[in-house]
Design a protein around this ligand. Structure first.
Ligand code: NDP
Length: 285
């Protein structure tokens, strides 16, 4: 069997056109340009390159972007004050605070200072709580939202299916599990203490990998015909690989996201969608 490719790159391209058009229509109707501000303290290389990528994405979509980069020596009081002032600024619609934060800064305190209405990354406890309840106007993190959008657009049935999610982080694994649960999947969450991981993953009609370990999930750990969503971003000899061993997995799975070109490109789309949603809610209220 060779699995059907869940082409996130192509889907992201299509969605970019849709979302850009919606942003343009919003600008014309309101005279307001949605604006995203990224806050960072220090120069963590991954954070710097992610912020650069977000800036480029904003430009493509017609979203205004600003980076507020504080020095590594920034204090918690300074970071909280900055996030509070951006939260109160009517010209800012979305805010992302990058992690890791410098030593000595309590990330939870900084995140708590975010206006939940501008928390387009879905990290504020209010948004996380509403996601758990599955009710109200909340923001879910962009990466799992992108995974769900792939399932939706490829018409993958979720209701009644057994979804196995490997990974339980607050930004990928756990929200993905909740989003699947809200779509009426029966959900199992695995993590580093799961005993006999393969025995559990082999039960998944939908198998999600959000681990950060190159090619951890091999073909023999996949139920024949399963739909595999790989969020993993790992580098081996300079080459990007997922958490799923694509070569062996594609012979067993029914559908699979490649890495690169699967879930990654969808993250940016969902982030821009969240910024537009935030702007719409703020401008209409
Ligand atoms: P974290 O390191 O925060 O979480 C990893 C999770 O995997 C933890 O829950 C951990 O378990 C679990 N885990 C670790 N080792 C094993 C193992 N051997 N067996 C089973 N579970 C294990 O990672 P993130 O959630 O932030 O990211 C996951 C992956 O997704 C990474 O590759 C990251 O680069 C990628 N990513 C991709 C994005 C995209 O746009 N596609 C965006 C964000 C992240 P425990 O809780 O017990 O420690």
């Amino acid at each position: 069997m060779t699995a059907e490719l869940l082409d996130g790159k192509a889907l992201a391209k299509t969605m970019q056109e849709e979302v850009s058009a919606e942003i343009q229509a919003f600008k014309e109707a309101t005279g307001v340009t949605p604006k995203l501000v990224v806050v960072r303290a220090g120069e963590d290389p991954a954070s710097v390159s992610y912020a650069n990528a977000i800036a480029k994405t904003c430009e493509k979509y017609g979203v205004a972007f600003e980076l507020k980069a504080l020095p590594e020596t920034a204090s918690q009081v300074e970071m909280v004050a900055l996030v509070q002032s951006l939260s109160a600024d009517a010209g800012v619609h979305g805010i992302m605070v990058q992690e890791p934060m410098p030593k000595g800064i309590d990330a939870a305190a900084v995140i708590a200072a975010l206006s939940p209405a501008k928390d387009v990354d879905g990290v504020h406890p209010l948004n996380a709580g509403l996601l758990m309840e599955g009710k109200g106007d909340f923001f879910a993190p962009a990466t799992p939202s992108g995974g769900m959008e792939i399932l939706r657009r490829y018409n993958v049935p979720i209701k009644g299916k057994h979804a196995v999610v490997v990974g339980r982080s607050n930004i990928v694994g756990k929200p993905m599990a909740l989003l699947l649960l809200h779509e009426h999947a029966t959900v199992t969450i695995c993590h580093s203490r799961t005993v006999d991981l393969g025995a559990v993953t082999r039960q998944g009609d939908i198998l999600v990998a959000a681990v950060g370990k190159a090619r951890l999930i091999t073909g023999d750990m996949i139920k024949p015909g399963a739909v595999v969503i790989d969020f993993g971003v790992n580098f081996e000899d300079g080459k990007m690989v997922g958490d799923v061993d694509f070569e062996s997995a594609k012979e067993v799975a029914g559908m699979i996201t490649p890495v690169p070109g699967g879930t990654g490109p969808m993250t940016n789309v969902m982030l821009m969608k969240n910024v537009l949603t935030a702007a719409k809610r703020q401008v209409s209220t």
